[in-house]
Write a protein that binds this ligand. Sequence first.
Ligand SMILES: Nc1ncnc2c1ncn2[C@@H]1O[C@H](COP(=O)(O)OP(=O)(O)OP(=O)(O)O)[C@@H](O)[C@H]1O
Length: 679
Amino acid sequence: MQSFLIVGGGKGGKAILETLSSVDFVRVIGVVDLLSDAPAMVEARKQGIPTSADVESFLTPPPDVILEVTGRRDVLERLMSLDLPKTHVISGAIAQLMVKLVDQAWKRRQNELEAIINSTHDGMIAVNQRGEVTLFNKAAERMIGIEAGQALGRPVTQVISNTRLDYVLKQGVSELNRRQTLENGLEIITNRVPVKGQDGNVIGAVAVFRDISDIKQLTQQVLDLESMRSLLQAIINSSDDAISVVDAEGMGMLINPAYSRLTGLSPEQVIGKPAETDISEGESMHKKVLKTRQPVRGVHMKVGPHHKEVVVNVAPIIIGEELKGSVGIIHDVTELKQLNRDLERARRIIRTLEAKYTFEDIIGSSESMRHSLLQAKQAAQTRATVLLRGESGTGKELFAHAIHNASDRKYSQFVRVNCATLSETLLESELFGYEEGAFTGAKRGGKKGLFEEASGGTIFLDEIGELSLSTQAKLLRVLQEKEVLRVGGTKSIPVDVRVIAATNVYLEKAIQEKRFREDLYYRLNVLPIHIAPLRMRKEDLHDLALHLIKKFNQEYGRQVNEIDVDAIHALSQYDWPGNVRELENVLGRAMINMAFNETTMKRNHIPPLDLTRMSQPETMAAIPDTTSDKMLKDVLAEAERKHITQVYLECGQNKTETARRLGVSIRSLYYKLERYGLL
Ligand SMILES: Nc1ncnc2c1ncn2[C@@H]1O[C@H](COP(=O)(O)OP(=O)(O)OP(=O)(O)O)[C@@H](O)[C@H]1O
């Protein structure tokens, strides 16, 4: 720093002093004048600059420049006579001019600095040694909310209540990257540094600070975006649909685990690789969509190393106007095909499911009916063969439906075959199917039999007593081997069918008369259920009549809701040889006899009943009431079968428990269960 001595305390000296003291690269070491109250002398004292009447007192060491502004020749001559080889003596107007130039340069520099300081977004505050504000830029004005004019010259502690510049000034130690909340709530991050003079003493301090509210907001936005990203990632990852995303250049960007499961490709094999990497057959739809910017749907192709057949939907990702990539959803066609098959199966079942009735549809609270229902419900829990016995019209078919619908085969086929209505050959080809060319007129490719059709479900063999002996033999084989041999075929086809048979024939007598095979009888008679004729349970008449009337109401659009006591009495006089079917017919005719607005069925509506008609003598015999004609071994076998069946059902078909209760070994239980068709 250049040292200056001003000689001359007049107005010119004062102006020079003022200029020089505001310039930081110049140091005024003193002012010389004879008059101690000359203006420059007064100003110098104010600024703490030494004054004197004698030049000599400032010559050790000599200043760099002596500015002579007295205008007196003798003073100049004296100065020139001094032996000061290194000192420039500048006098009068030239001195004034030089100072002006210095002043202009300084001001220019000052303006430049100010422009820089004010154009920065960082706030700047400087204080001098006394802690007074010497710099307060525009950004500081904005952040602190006061104008520079109100801050400059004031102690910084009065301008900013929680300032630490005074502390930095005192301690001479920097504080960097400190967070601070201003009085107006603004959050800043600030650096505070002490300013040291040449001698190393602290002569001021500066704070440079930045508003971080924006940064905080930005950080929050980034965090929000991050959590949104995680959310989307979780959704994509948990989706069962395979998803793949490529960027605008068609390079793999993202896939989800379902995609890897479906295609067999890992993220490493796809991400950053061209879109067609995963395709084993077909054109890349990602590429097409990126080219056309149009979505595509339902395109078939094969993907991955296993050539998985898939259908893809791909859509472009356009943000604003810009194409950012495309997203594809890939569906496994094998799954769709399976679904289709399931649907087709369900349709087929609905089409052929003939088991319309459930136990709810069976009316009757008589002792015998309750017993039959209990047996049937228990039978539904097993897969054992059921033999329904009862006269015609007692509800055997109804029971067969209900058993099937209460069993675990309810969603599979229920196939009904009336063994009495078809000729022997026709029945066989119907039951067991035939091979191509088995007989003239046989369909090409052969035909499945009803046993095969019913596989997985139930076959209801109605009127089993009418089967020919040769068909009986074939049926026995199916029941024993659980496989069928098509007519004209040589290969056995396994079938898993539950058999429910029904008869109104006295089978035991048929066996004696050699019309029915005994071994088949045992195979069928695993769980016999007897349904009593209506004449033996007339207490069911009222409920049955009401139930059947309701059925007719629906059919004929009537509103009959009662049947009076007289009418019931008349019905109970009759023997009902045709059982519930006959009751149904009689009530149907009675409904026709009723006026359209009548709601109670009366005696006079009931058509005349032939009270002399006898019950069917043959069907009566369907319920064997005697065992006198049987061999002892048959009676014992029957008793054994009955008891084992009952205990087995009571034990919930638990074999260990059944064996324990029967007091036999598990092995012998297995043998007996197999023998009686209970396995
Ligand atoms: N307990 C009952 N509750 C309600 N309806 C019944 C009952 N029993 C029989 N029916 C009805 O009587 C009619 C004859 O029943 P189903 O055809 O089941 O008798 P079936 O014993 O199989 O006769 P068949 O031996 O002549 O084939 C059917 O319409 C059936 O709905």
